[in-house]
Write a protein of this length. Structure first.
Length: 302
């Protein structure tokens, strides 16, 4: 089986690539903007005709699109999260119309939900952020493409390799570089989030790619358990052996205020893919901390 992974050099794409390499009978190709990619391509700028020509030579049986933008820049969000999936679908219709497409969506597409509610794939999508809106537009491009495609709506991924752009990765590096009795100032940590391990996300993507049967257009990928962000922060502090103070008096995320509760129901993924999360939050945080500690040393900040 030939599987092409877009965004191979990214956080989740790296985990997908590692899982595919260990899978017998799979020939894996990486695509993205990095210099080591088998297929060098930028979905934000490539045209569908050019991409189709380049896809012909790879003849993929499945494509996993992990590429996405998460920053505040509106142009990048639109180009990568909206234009990218649309271009990819157009190219696949021409170059590999029978290939299975697995596209990474986001639980941010749902927007606010009731406290204690677990959203299902049938829940209304009402994103309150530009990020969520662009991810929803990308989902619509995929689900309306006519391809054999499934969108994985991922909750909050955490685990080894978490980038500094998100709270878990940023805090882990901050704890590494600070003295053990320093003060860490964060925003309000009372929002509840459904954290899922990046390795569990990768496993779901691989299962979806190799599954030969029909799949629903959207599947939730999460643990199905919402915990306060504070729990993740203190779990990480414990893993780091941090003995200082954590204060919640800094300006926090606007999304936390807009969406105080987020939790997805992953029952459909369990039924259709046989997938269930294997890592507890403590496992994810411990693996994240071990990975951050293994990064190149920096001078501690006192």
């Amino acid at each position: 089986m030939r599987i092409l992974v877009l965004g191979r050099s990214g956080y989740l794409g790296g985990h997908v690539a590692r899982e595919l390499r260990a899978l017998p009978g799979v020939r894996f190709f990486g695509a993205g903007r990095g210099p080591t990619a088998d297929l060098a391509v930028d979905l934000a700028t490539v045209g569908p005709g050019e991409l189709a020509e380049r896809l012909f030579s790879y003849a993929p049986d499945a494509v996993i699109n992990c590429a996405g933008a998460v920053g505040p820049q509106s142009m990048a969000l639109a180009e990568v999260n909206v234009r990218g999936p649309a271009v990819l679908c157009a190219a696949l219709r021409e170059a590999a119309p029978t290939a299975r497409l697995v596209h990474f969506g986001s639980a941010a597409e749902y927007g606010p939900s009731g406290i204690g509610e677990r959203v299902t794939e049938q829940s209304a999508a009402r994103p309150t952020t530009l990020y969520g809106a662009t991810k929803l537009a990308g989902t619509l491009a995929v689900t309306s493409s006519g391809l054999d495609a499934v969108v994985l709506r991922i909750t909050n991924p955490v685990g080894p390799g978490a980038p500094a752009a998100g709270l878990p990765g940023r805090l882990a590096r901050q704890l590494r570089d600070l003295g053990p009795r320093s003060v860490v100032r964060l925003g309000d940590l009372s929002a509840h989030r459904d954290f899922v391990d990046a390795r569990d996300v990768a496993h779901a993507a691989v299962l979806a790619a190799i599954d030969g049967g029909p799949l629903p257009p959207v599947l939730n990928i999460g643990r199905g358990q919402a915990v306060p962000v504070r729990e993740l922060v203190y779990e990480l502090a414990r893993a780091a052996g941090f003995k200082g103070h954590i204060e919640e008096n800094a300006e926090g995320s606007a999304r936390s205020a807009d969406v105080p509760w987020q939790c997805s129901d992953p029952s459909a993924a369990r039924t259709t893919l046989g997938w269930s999360p294997q890592y507890a939050l403590a496992d994810s945080v411990s693996a994240l901390w071990a990975a951050v500690r293994a990064e190149p040393d920096r001078e501690p900040v006192h």
